[in-house]
Design a protein around this ligand. Sequence first.
Ligand SMILES: CC(C)CCC[C@@H](C)[C@H]1CC[C@H]2[C@@H]3CC=C4C[C@@H](O)CC[C@]4(C)[C@H]3CC[C@]12C
Length: 247
Amino acid sequence: EPKQRDMKPSPTKDQLFSSYVQQGQDAMQKALDMLTDLVVALSNGVEICSKVMAGTRKVFRLQVVLDADVDELYDILFVRVEEMHQWNPSIQQVKILQRVGPETIITHEVSAGTAGNLIGQRDFLSVRHSCRQRSCAYLGGAAIQLESLPPQTGFVRAEDGPTCIIIEALDEDSSRSRFTWLLNMDVKGWLPTSLVNQALPRAQLDFTRHLRRRLAAGGTYCSLFPNDVIMSMCVVMSAYQLPLYMC
Ligand SMILES: CC(C)CCC[C@@H](C)[C@H]1CC[C@H]2[C@@H]3CC=C4C[C@@H](O)CC[C@]4(C)[C@H]3CC[C@]12C
């Protein structure tokens, strides 16, 4: 009876938080399990690993070696996740809504509706869980629902997850890492499957390209102005004969 359901006490903060941690851990485990029995295909010379899950959803695995150690990648991808839009034009915003604990956060993400994005703008509500180990880090995530942030008009609420990213130090050179990302996304909306299945691996490649550029810029990366903008500012400022330290 609806009346009785209304009377159910709402969960306490502790109960809520431990359920978020649990959802994050479950997502990570589910996503890790999905990484088996992938099918390799070649698309325009790019190797794409995928498999079709129950139903029609296709999941994609991207695996690359990056020029960064596990700490740096963990820092960029988890600790400073809110800065992601500064180096990744596919993302408009990542906002941490709630810090559930040192390893678990609730995030709201908005993708950019840029020209290269065949799918259009989406927003996501996720629980993200991380597990930092000596020579590797795991980042897991799943879509969640929050009464405080229901799907907004004008936005298509998509679902990212269960998903995971595995960052492992290379045995032969721990200043480099193997980056494995399982993308398992329901983009929602009425779109042909073939278009979605083309756009998703492309979004993964784009992400990697931007991440590589961010890593190459390293510690000198300026969050407010990309390097090329700084250079042109220097040119303009020196034209006005401003002291160079102001550049
Ligand atoms: C194809 C269209 C709809 C979407 C394109 C943008 C996609 C690729 C973007 C939107 C939000 C993004 C996610 C936002 C937050 C995180 C948490 C971080 O710890 C690892 C990266 C990860 C998991 C991002 C991966 C890339 C992502 C899924």
